[in-house]
Design a protein around this ligand. Structure first.
Ligand code: THU
Length: 140
């Protein structure tokens, strides 16, 4: 059944995000974030990487996007983000904008936000960033 497959896919994406969260480097905030994105059946992962110069910090979602792009993928279909927050935290604005860049249809990109206690919230990218800046704005 299609819905069965989708649930398994979601579970695998969440598990990948939960697993990579353990690799986060967050000695300053102690706030660990794991992210996994699915594109063309493949899963790419990211975790936040902080720096003593705080502004250089890389968010988990942007690391996962970069890994997808370097893996040859530019059309992300689904994203899982794992944090300790309750309710489960959404990506920051900068990460939402980055996801827009690699989404063919923000209304169809699914964001699955979960926390360590098992709470889950589902959104589309368009719900979280409804009026994004896109390349259509460039060039007048
Ligand atoms: N962080 C992410 O990894 N993703 C977000 O979308 C928001 C924040 C990280 C950055 C920093 O290492 C820590 O969470 C606290 O802001």
């Amino acid at each position: 059944m299609v819905s069965e497959v989708k649930r398994e896919d979601d579970d695998a994406l969440i598990a990948a995000a939960r697993h990579i969260r353990d690799r986060a480097y967050a000695p300053y905030s102690s706030y660990l974030v794991g992210c996994a994105v699915r594109a063309d059946g493949m899963v790419f992962r990211g975790a936040n990487v902080e720096n003593a110069s705080y502004g250089l910090t890389l968010c988990a979602e942007r690391v996962a996007c970069a890994n997808a792009v370097l893996g040859g993928e530019r059309d992300i279909e689904a994203v899982a983000v794992v944090t300790e927050s309750s309710p489960p935290a959404p990506p920051c604005g900068m990460c939402l904008q980055t996801l827009v860049e690699f989404s063919r249809d923000p209304g169809a990109m699914r964001l699955i936000l979960v926390n360590l206690q098992g709470e889950r919230r589902d959104f589309t990218l368009a719900e979280l960033i409804p009026k994004a800046f896109t390349k259509s704005q460039l060039g007048g």
